[in-house]
Design a protein around this ligand. Structure first.
Ligand code: RB5
Length: 149
């Protein structure tokens, strides 16, 4: 799978090993940075990853900041992106099976590395259930029509 990955200064360490993990699993990873503790703005990285998913360069996106919250808020501004900020393996699974999330946002300050790894693995392996959930996702997608970007 082609996966876009990004982080801010609070998430770059997690991102580093996540990129290695994903490449070991033979995913094609595009790493948008950041790569140091130098303070930066999470929205800049969220938007790069979200655009890669939105325009089809990547099928999925993975974002890491301190909480996952700012990343998800920014990513969800981009057309076609359904970003889910998750703090548990169950939430990550449901974000795929029910919500067809194409971007996963995690928080290095709220979730342990082990749980993040499990969340990412489960999220990548889970498939969309469709059925009654699809009409709800369709309604989310329709909201893009009222957006300007
Ligand atoms: C950075 O200090 C922190 O605010 C950021 O990583 C993130 O948690 C924002 O949602």
């Amino acid at each position: 799978m082609k996966i876009a990955v990004g982080a801010d200064h609070a998430g770059w360490k997690e991102k580093k090993w996540l990129v290695e993990h994903l490449r070991r699993l033979r995913h094609e990873v595009t790493d948008f940075g950041t790569d140091s503790e130098e303070p930066c703005d999470y929205a800049d990285y969220a938007v790069m990853v979200a655009h890669a998913v939105s325009d089809g360069r990547c099928q999925r996106g993975l974002l890491v900041c301190g909480t996952g919250l700012g990343m998800s808020m920014a990513a969800n501004k981009i057309k076609g992106v359904r970003a889910a900020a998750c703090q548990s393996v169950d939430a990550a699974r449901y974000s795929r099976t029910h919500n067809d999330a194409n971007v996963l946002c995690v928080g290095s300050r709220l979730t342990s590395s082990q749980t993040i790894r499990e969340m990412v693995d489960v999220w990548l392996a889970s498939t969309v259930e469709g059925g009654r959930h699809q009409q709800r996702v369709d309604k989310i997608n329709k909201l893009d029509e009222s957006r300007r970007c």
